[in-house]
Design a protein around this ligand. Structure first.
Ligand SMILES: Cc1ncc(COP(=O)(O)O)c(C=O)c1O
Length: 376
């Protein structure tokens, strides 16, 4: 346990003393019954009001309740154990989405008198979570370590630094190594939302912190299961008492229904599949696409599977997108307020589903587009 995080135990002890501490039980819900600790009980806590008995091969019973009431299927624990191992953390908690993981974790551990340092390009769910925490928020310029340090050195009290691993609109990486150094120097707590880096970067897809050898310096990981893993859900992985606090204080965990077991089973299947083989293919595609764009004359900060072509004005970007569409390529035009005004872009994401032929076809159409719209 890290001494700087001792305050978490104090919060948990307060909950225990006030009889407000929650512990999760294994549950299996079946029609009007629930099985808890090998006991079959009549379930009077389900929200499955109509009890429509529609089943098929794929969809089993949904939890129809939050995890802290009757929705804690054993499969969650199996998945959480696997994620903890994947992130080399003590424990993990799965949320219904990555968005909710950000909301839940940040509001569970950060309070009014604390200060958050947040990269200006952080995802909306981080921004929203920071606001909800009521803490003081200091935005630092994107990946600008001088700006971060100048802000953090003037700050007293608990300091939390929040960054993404791979920035979702630019495809560049955070300076996570430098961030952890600054964080250590000023006794900060580092939160990494690696939604787009998880399962893609680092050894065995362990994420961007692993890529830069600073996994152990991250105090709290947040991620999505709907991106690299292509399933659904989000998670927080950290030391044991942080996860306990999340279970006890995250409104986006307590007051919402648990993910259906089918999704967890599907996630486990994907987790256990031969991810390395697909990761290799993905990286071959990423390299091919980057090289092709470079040859067309595009410059990009991206070093990942998210590769934007920054066009600038919104109108041309939309026309560019339409032209791609007409030619069989779906790539999303991104505009304000998702990105700053006059930095509109076409955002490509390369996957392992694509063949070499798909990438080359895209590049050939892009060549035509580039000439037509004179974008380089
Ligand atoms: C950085 C980041 N964090 C969190 C999320 C939310 O994840 P989810 O789609 O699982 O809610 C996203 C989604 O785009 C994201 O880009």
């Amino acid at each position: 346990m890290k001494p700087k995080l001792d305050f978490i135990n104090a919060k948990l002890n307060k909950l225990k003393n006030d009889s407000l501490f929650r512990k999760l039980e294994d549950t299996i819900v079946n029609k009007q019954f629930i099985h808890v600790k090998n006991k079959k009980l009549l379930n009077l806590s389900s929200n499955d009001y109509l009890g429509l008995n529609i089943r098929n091969l794929y969809f089993k019973q949904f939890q129809s309740s939050s995890r802290s009431v009757t929705g804690n299927d054993k499969k969650f624990l199996e998945l959480e154990k696997k994620i903890s191992k994947h992130k080399s953390q003590e424990n993990t908690i799965v949320y219904p989405t990555g968005y909710m993981a950000n909301l839940g974790a940040i509001t569970a551990i950060i309070e009014k008198h604390d200060t958050i340092f947040s990269d200006e390009l952080n995802h909306a769910s981080i921004i929203e979570a920071c606001r909800l925490s009521s803490a003081k928020i200091k935005i630092f310029k994107h990946n600008d370590m001088n700006d971060l340090e100048s802000k953090i050195k003037k700050t007293k009290g608990k300091k939390f630094i929040v960054t993404e691993g791979v920035f979702s609109m630019d495809g560049d990486l955070s300076k996570i190594k430098e961030i952890t150094e600054i964080s250590s120097k000023y006794n900060g707590i580092t939160i990494l939302d690696d939604a787009h880096g998880d399962f893609v970067f680092g050894k065995d897809g362990k994420g961007t912190a692993s890529q830069f050898g600073v996994s152990k310096k991250i105090d709290l990981y947040i991620s999505s299961l709907s991106k690299g893993l292509g399933s659904f859900g989000g998670y927080v992985s950290s030391q044991k008492n942080i996860i306990e606090l999340c279970i006890n204080r995250s409104k986006s965990f307590i007051y919402t229904s648990a993910l259906p077991s089918t999704i967890i089973e599907f996630t486990l299947k994907r987790f256990n599949s031969n991810r390395e083989q697909n990761r290799k293919k993905l990286w071959a595609n990423i390299k091919l696409f980057h090289k092709g764009l470079q040859e067309l004359g595009y410059e990009t900060n991206s070093v990942s599977q998210i590769i934007p072509i920054i066009i600038g004005d919104e109108k041309t970007t939309i026309q560019f997108g339409k032209y791609l569409f007409k030619n069989g390529i779906f790539a999303q035009p991104i505009r304000y307020p998702t990105v700053k005004k006059n930095s509109a872009r076409i955002r490509f994401s390369v996957t392992a589903w694509h063949s070499k032929k798909d990438i080359n076809k895209t590049l050939a159409i892009l060549e035509k587009c580039t000439k037509k719209f004179k974008t380089v």
